[in-house]
Write a protein that binds this ligand. Structure first.
Ligand code: CTP
Ligand code: MG
Length: 166
């Protein structure tokens, strides 16, 4: 899941600039996605996830325990891109619910990246997901993700990167 976890934090650090929705407004009068979803955050976030995934691919070429999932370049890309795609979809629905940018939306804020990463990876490489994302693995992903999410956001807040600690 590393290539899926990295893009969100990378987008916070490296993002900003032109919003993906170009300032466009939905027929409900609210922004399509909002100023928190930028091209730079999307592209550099995905690249950061892919970079970390490539380090995993390199580590795998060494003596590597067979019990650990083997990343492929395809899964590295889909885990990373899927994570931020899930984040975009989440923000779209957040705006449709009338929630302003940065407002917390429990569950959705934590699991958007998991849903996006696993869904895109399942579409691209179903056998990889069925082989490695077993029920116990999924259980631990669901337990650890909110904790990692919270820890990363508190760190980002204390470092002055995020306005709010969530
Ligand atoms: N970010 C970005 N581009 C993205 C995703 C994130 O530039 N595709 C940056 C933005 O600066 C954003 C910050 O990372 O404000 C935090 O991301 P996130 O919490 O996902 O966005 P919010 O600003 O909270 O907006 P939303 O309410 O839509 O989730
Ligand atoms: Mg947020």
């Amino acid at each position: 899941m590393l290539p899926a976890y990295v893009p969100n934090s990378a987008a916070v650090i490296l993002g900003g600039g032109t919003p993906i929705d170009g300032g466009r407004v939905h027929e409900d009068g609210r922004r399509l996605l909002g100023n928190g979803k930028t091209f730079r955050g999307l592209v550099l976030g995905i690249l950061a996830g892919v970079l970390v995934g490539c380090v995993q691919l390199w580590v795998q070429t060494m003596d590597f325990p067979d019990v650990l999932p083997r990343q492929t370049f395809l899964t590295v890309v889909t885990l990373s891109a899927g994570a931020l795609a899930g984040d975009l979809v989440k923000s779209y629905f957040k705006r449709r619910r009338g929630m302003d940018q940065g407002r917390p939306w429990p569950i959705a804020d934590q699991y958007d990246l998991v849903a996006g990463a696993l869904l895109l990876t399942f579409i691209a490489a179903p056998s990889w997901v069925l082989t490695y994302v077993t029920l116990p693995v999924l259980f631990w992903i669901l337990v650890l993700t909110p904790l990692l999410h919270r820890a990363a956001n508190m760190l980002g807040h204390s470092m002055g990167l995020k306005d709010v600690p969530w």
